[in-house]
Design a protein around this ligand. Sequence first.
Ligand SMILES: [Mg+2]
Length: 192
Amino acid sequence: MKRFSPGERIEVREVWNGRAWEIRRPIVVEDAPDVIAVYNAPGSPIRVAAGPDGKRLRLPPPKWSMADASIPSDRRILGLHPPGSDHSVHVVWDESWRLLYWYINLEQDRRRNPRGFDYEEYVLDLVVQPDMASWRWKDEDELAEAVERGLFTPEQAASFRAEGERAIEWLLARRPPYDRPWEDWRPPSDWP
Ligand SMILES: [Mg+2]
């Protein structure tokens, strides 16, 4: 399947059991063998899973509907996914490009389609300080709840954690594609 061009708007879908759970429409920064990089601008419209009260859901119930939402107006997010891995690294700035943190989202290797990519979320995440001096796990309780509810097996949960350990080591060592100064990335001036 064809690679996407820089500046092209694509659809990135998080799916649960084949159904859309969150849909974002980022702009492609780079679509290369070693990294898929996409940019989510502040306030970009997204679609999220919502319950009967219209509120955004955390873990999937048997049924859900989709609701309009947006990327927070004070967040700029550059997503980096090394194909073949089960994680993405998000570089997160505020609206004035102050680096806030790095975020490792554990997720299934992305599947390419004509419109963009699909992936499944692994719930557990890691948050890394801007200078990478320290980091912490995030949403361990949510993953435990997901296992309790039978959404994942304990073995899967252990494999997500192992991927998290692999990813944090990879990022902190700044091995490719994390060897590039992604924190200095800015959108080209000819982007809308
Ligand atoms: Mg996550």
